[in-house]
Design a protein around this ligand. Structure first.
Ligand SMILES: Nc1ncnc2c1ncn2[C@@H]1O[C@H](COP(=O)(O)OP(=O)(O)OP(=O)(O)O)[C@@H](O)[C@H]1O
Ligand SMILES: [Mg+2]
Length: 266
């Protein structure tokens, strides 16, 4: 799982935000935000509710433009050049967004069909991705015949099947119980690493953020970066990871730490 090209510092970043500001109806949600995500890197965004995490993902996706500053994705302006990035980016959001009248494999192949892949090829690729996310044998089940965790896996298969360069995740697994969601995150990150994907993901779980990411970014109010840190390799020393966990908790503040504690036991 660790055989992936190390993100080379020299290459152009996949995501680059520079001095980005964003307001909604006169309320500033992002004050001034700059960060980069390199090719093949997995970066997790943490922050209290309302910090602006989803707004950051929306800017990267190009569904909304910044008021000031620039957003570049693979060298493109994702808002103005929305079409240029078609197929290069996959998104998995808080809900699984599966179509109930389609089976697992019919949902998983959706992105491929939209991109114009021939039907048979799309079906084959979708089925192989369902296998990779652990759903072999469930291809022909309808959405209501799948558990919540299985639905999220179909959603991941659909996202990864189009072979996107960049994957954005927004708490996709948060509706699930802790064990299920952690297993999903681990599987997802394993696949992302194996296939060299660049990922920007939002999570509330500090432990998972540390376990999965190459780098964590903690956003405070108005998306101000309160902490940006590389994750020490698990093999290095446990103490460095403990220190990072402590730093993240401090950057999030006491309420958020409590939130994450409650989620763990809720
Ligand atoms: N389209 C919009 N129109 C108006 N206000 C918005 C819009 N999108 C986001 N906001 C506001 O921006 C702020 C940040 O929202 P955002 O969804 O980015 O937070 P978040 O960090 O993702 O929170 P959570 O952890 O709860 O998902 C919130 O106060 C929200 O109400
Ligand atoms: Mg959000």
């Amino acid at each position: 799982m660790s055989e992936r090209p190390s993100p080379s510092a020299g290459s152009e970043p996949v995501i680059a935000l520079d001095g980005v500001a964003k307001s909604f109806a006169g309320t500033q949600v992002i004050g001034e935000l700059s960060f980069r995500v390199r090719r093949g890197e997995i970066v997790t965004l943490l922050g209290r509710t309302g910090a602006g995490k989803t707004t950051v993902l929306n800017l990267v996706m190009g569904t909304t433009p910044p008021d000031a500053g620039s957003v570049r994705v693979a060298g493109h302006d994702p808002f103005r050049q929305f079409k240029a990035l078609r197929g290069h980016m996959a998104v998995s959001f808080q809900t699984d967004r599966l179509l109930p009248w389609r089976t697992a494999v019919e949902n998983a192949e959706l992105g491929l069909l939209i991109l114009g892949k021939p039907k048979r090829q799309a079906r084959e690729i979708a089925a192989s991705w369902l296998g990779r996310v652990g759903l072999s044998g469930a291809e022909d089940r309808y959405v209501h015949e799948l558990s919540g965790g299985m639905r999220q896996r179909v959603s991941l298969a659909r996202a990864l099947a189009v072979d996107p360069e960049l994957v954005l995740l927004d708490e996709s697994f948060s509706q699930l119980d802790h064990v299920t969601s952690s297993a999903l995150r681990r599987d997802f990150c394993g696949l992302a690493r194996q296939f060299g994907k660049t990922c920007l993901m939002v999570t509330h779980r500090i432990d998972d953020a540390i376990e999965m990411a190459d780098r964590v970014i903690v956003l405070g109010a108005r998306a101000r970066i309160r902490l940006e840190a590389a994750v020490p390799a698990a093999s290095e020393d446990g103490e460095a990871r403990d220190r990072l966990r402590h730093d993240i908790e401090t950057a999030l503040g006491p309420e958020a730490a409590q939130d994450s504690h409650q989620q763990e036991h809720g």
